[in-house]
Design a protein around this ligand. Sequence first.
Ligand code: FAD
Length: 312
Amino acid sequence: MPVTMSEIKLPEVELNIYTPREPVEATIVENRLCTKESSPNFVRHVTFDISGTELEGHVQVGQSIGILPPGEDENGRPHKLRLYSVSSPTEGEDGQPHLISTTVKRTIEEFDNNELYLGVCSNYLADLQPGDKVRMTGPSGRRFLLPQNATDFNYVMFATGTGIAPYRGMIKELLKAGIENDIVLIFGCPYRTDLLYADYFEPLDEEHPNFHYLPHISREARRADGTKKYVQTCLWDAAELLDPLLEQENTLLYICGLKGMEAGIYRALGKKKLTQYLDIREPAVNKKPEDWDEKDLKRYVKPSARTFVEVY
Ligand SMILES: Cc1cc2nc3c(=O)[nH]c(=O)nc-3n(C[C@H](O)[C@H](O)[C@H](O)COP(=O)(O)OP(=O)(O)OC[C@H]3O[C@@H](n4cnc5c(N)ncnc54)[C@H](O)[C@@H]3O)c2cc1C
């Protein structure tokens, strides 16, 4: 039976149990590197013990937590909180409700004058050791969630970088709930050294015929026509799998990761006439998707009710 879109019911979630004025203290229990040692990027899997706090059992997969780094900004004000997607399932890391995890990428920038800038919160978090305490807020986020009736749907999930984080928990949760529908995870990164959680997704892919893990590496092998592989080129590269799935009425699309990734996906959906995943308004509706400019993509091409987006 196809599911109609009015049947996507998102769960009621707790929001901001802890705020920047009244954060809670969590303890680091694990902090390990997820990228390969030869990668120029540093992404870490960080697990927190939230025992005895009201976060225990109240953080839904897809939500984020806030971290308050110590110290002050250049104006002498306390540093603002930064959000990090939760990468553990709702039932907690390894099924333990007092443990939640996230996936943090160190922000490191080099400017033209050779000055290096180290992001405040990501480097603080990435440096923490087991036993260290951290001030936490949240949870936050009420839309980038799995529906209540989650196993009724198929899922096509696009991720770049740490955008993989929420899918780690979501996919574990869906498979544990015995989903028989299909889940496709498309993860884009420049080199294979930046594949995150491949050792987690590959065995799941082998074990579950309805879970399809499609890493898409942009700067190594090219596509047959010589162009680079991006997450959206998967719509053509894996058309045999994706075409029939995306045509089904009960398929949902999730997009998470680098801001701007949604533009390429929206254009690709438009080109493939998969406009049920988009809410396209005048004047974009009268243009070819390949001609949608930044203004169109900002104002007139939006995700439809079947598309969930978290980009930053
Ligand atoms: C909903 C949501 C979920 C998120 N989930 C994740 C996640 O799962 N994992 C993750 O890693 N991130 C995630 N983020 C991003 C995260 O919140 C932070 O923005 C990120 O870690 C960078 O924070 P930072 O404090 O390290 O960098 P900041 O210090 O805030 O710097 C950010 C940028 O500002 C510029 N900048 C700031 N100050 C200066 C300066 N003095 N000189 C020069 N340049 C400067 C630099 O370009 C720098 O790259 C998420 C964001 C959102 C909104």
